[in-house]
Design a protein around this ligand. Structure first.
Ligand SMILES: [Fe+2]
Length: 191
């Protein structure tokens, strides 16, 4: 779907975002649509020079990093390039939005969590692992809008790089961080 005559990262991102807009306009936010967006990210992931060595900001208080490659607005589709460290798992967190993610390089231990309580207490939650999967290059994971957007991630044997297409600019919005052991919940900007 992308223009093969111009394979620059910028042009490849432009083409991907146009296709994402088209997929969302035609199908809305469904599991099938998010899967199709993930497959479109797989095509984008093959773009030479996509992963910059700089411009990365700290995330989750570890050496995991993330950078916004393109955002169409705070409440609009936003493409992020993320690196998840093998040294520690990210905190269990949400994003207040749906997303599709595709591994560019490395391997990811992705854990999806479920909130079991009625979410009436802002400071306490009962979150438990729902499923876990290992993702290699080209493999995809998706999640729907809250309350289905709670997860944690960790590189396996080295850092894992991923393209993540969020429904909103998740890097500019506060998110919930959950402590499964104590039930504590805190709201904070990405860290
Ligand atoms: Fe996340």
């Amino acid at each position: 779907m992308s223009n093969a005559l111009d394979s620059s990262p910028e042009a490849a991102i432009d083409a991907c975002m146009a296709d994402v807009r088209d997929l969302l306009a035609r199908h809305g936010v469904t599991e099938e649509c998010l899967r199709a967006i993930g497959e479109r990210l797989r095509e984008l992931a093959r773009t030479p020079g996509l992963i910059p060595d700089d411009e990365l900001t700290a995330m989750h208080g570890s050496d995991s990093t993330a950078t916004v490659l393109r955002s169409e607005g705070t409440d609009a589709p936003t493409l992020v390039l993320a690196k998840f460290s093998p040294l520690s798992e990210t905190p269990v967190h949400d994003h207040n939005t749906w997303a599709a993610a595709c591994v560019v390089s490395g391997r990811d231990r992705y854990r999806h969590w479920e909130r079991r309580d009625d979410a009436s207490d802002d400071a306490h939650a009962d979150v438990r692992p729902l499923y876990e999967k290992e993702l290699g290059p080209g493999e995809i994971v998706t999640w729907l809008d809250p309350p289905h957007d709670i997860h944690s991630q960790q590189g396996i044997g080295g850092p894992v790089w991923e393209l993540i297409l969020f429904g909103k600019n998740a890097m500019a919005l506060p998110r919930h961080y959950f402590d499964p052991a104590t039930g504590a919940v805190r709201v904070a900007m990405p860290q």
